[in-house]
Design a protein around this ligand. Structure first.
Ligand code: AMP
Ligand code: TRP
Length: 333
């Protein structure tokens, strides 16, 4: 199967990104043909500071590699190294009705949060559809918040194929995992922009402090507690081994344990996952040319696929290009 997903470089990555998306990406790299990219064109809808965007783009690459993405198995690249996606986004915009985009809940949520309703923000799903369709992706592993965008992508593939009378674009499927919506410290969906995130690569002390601040109810220590409604337990069950999860569940139901102790246990399992990743990340930061090499090598492979699909797209819709060669040959990266 061809698997594709993207993560925006729009802020520090958090446990929601890892448990909702990246962990699944890393698991899929073994048996499948994986394309994972840093959606830096998408980030421009919210980050409009060149120095910051450059740094955040590199940070996503470092985070992925530190968490276990193996560049020999999966392709990890920058969206901006595949300029054809912006061309396909334009072509898709000509076959997509305004009504479809107007129904996007993510657009409405972002505007409600005060993000400027630019044309780019409104057209965000077109670029996302182009990202997916340009590699003829089968599966798109994402968190639940992105499912509507994948459904819109399916619609856009259909509009294109119907309009031009050819099955050029392949309809992808969303692939969800158990961690569909990871709660933040306040119990709402964990998000870069809600101020409720537990970041992946803060210092151990900061991470622990953040975990200790998770909102819980006021059930007294001696009383039984409901694991199903507890934010601490929700995170613990996504990170701990099944036997550890059942042990904690029993302690909740029995009573006699305070939330402070559950938080300390959560901090320990978080550190088990993030501690080794933090060390790998520190080593990678010192080797920028390795990281650059990973991104460029993958972009070259991804771009070859994108260019082939774009030939079919242009042919189907009658767009002619002269293929004027660059004076100094191809430049990727
Ligand atoms: P973003 O940071 O918006 O680019 O999201 C990157 C990936 O992380 C997407 O697949 C999201 O669905 C996923 N994601 C972000 N926040 C959460 C969350 N709180 N729970 C589950 N998945 C999430
Ligand atoms: N919109 C996605 C998010 O915010 C990021 C993204 C951009 C993406 N292009 C994509 C995800 C293509 C999957 C496939 O999480």
């Amino acid at each position: 199967m061809r698997v594709l997903s993207g993560i925006q470089s729009s802020g520090k990555l958090h446990l929601g990104n890892y448990l909702g998306a990246m962990r699944q990406h890393i698991e899929l790299q073994e048996p499948h043909d994986c394309f994972f990219f840093i959606a830096n064109y998408h980030s421009l809808t919210t980050v409009q500071d060149a120095k910051l965007l450059r740094q955040l783009t590199l940070d996503v690459a470092l985070d992925y590699l530190a968490l276990g993405l193996d560049p020999n198995k999966a392709k990890l690249f920058r969206q901006s190294d595949i300029p054809e996606v912006t061309e396909l986004a334009w072509i898709l915009s000509t076959v997509t009705g305004m009504g479809l985009l107007e129904r996007a809940t993510s657009y409405k949520d972002k505007v409600a949060k005060g993000i400027s309703p630019s044309m780019g923000l409104f057209g965000y799903p077109l670029l996302m559809a182009a990202d997916i369709l340009i590699y003829r992706s089968d599966w798109v592993p994402v968190g639940k918040d992105q499912v509507q965008h994948i459904e819109m992508t399916q619609d856009m593939a259909g509009y294109f194929n119907t309009t031009f009378g050819r099955e050029v674009l392949k309809r992808p499927e969303a692939k969800l995992n158990e961690a569909m919506i990871v709660p933040g410290v306040d119990g709402q969906k964990m998000s870069k922009s809600y101020g409720n995130a537990i970041n992946l690569f803060d210092s151990p002390a900061e991470t622990k402090k953040r975990i200790m601040s998770i909102k819980t109810d006021s059930t007294p220590v001696a009383d039984p507690k409901n694991p199903e409604t507890c934010n601490v337990f929700a995170l613990y069950r996504l990170l701990a081994r099944p036997d550890e999860v059942s042990a904690l569940r029993e302690r909740y139901l029995k009573g006699g344990m305070g939330y402070g102790e559950a938080k300390t246990m959560l901090a320990e399992v978080v550190e088990c996952v993030l501690g080794p990743a933090r060390q790998r990340r520190e080593a990678l930061v010192k080797d920028p040319s390795y990281v650059q090499d990973v991104l460029v090598t993958a972009a070259r492979k991804a771009r070859a696929v994108a260019q082939e699909v774009m030939e079919d797209v242009r042919d189907a819709c009658g767009i002619v290009t002269a293929r004027i060669p660059l004076p100094s040959g191809e430049r990727v990266g």
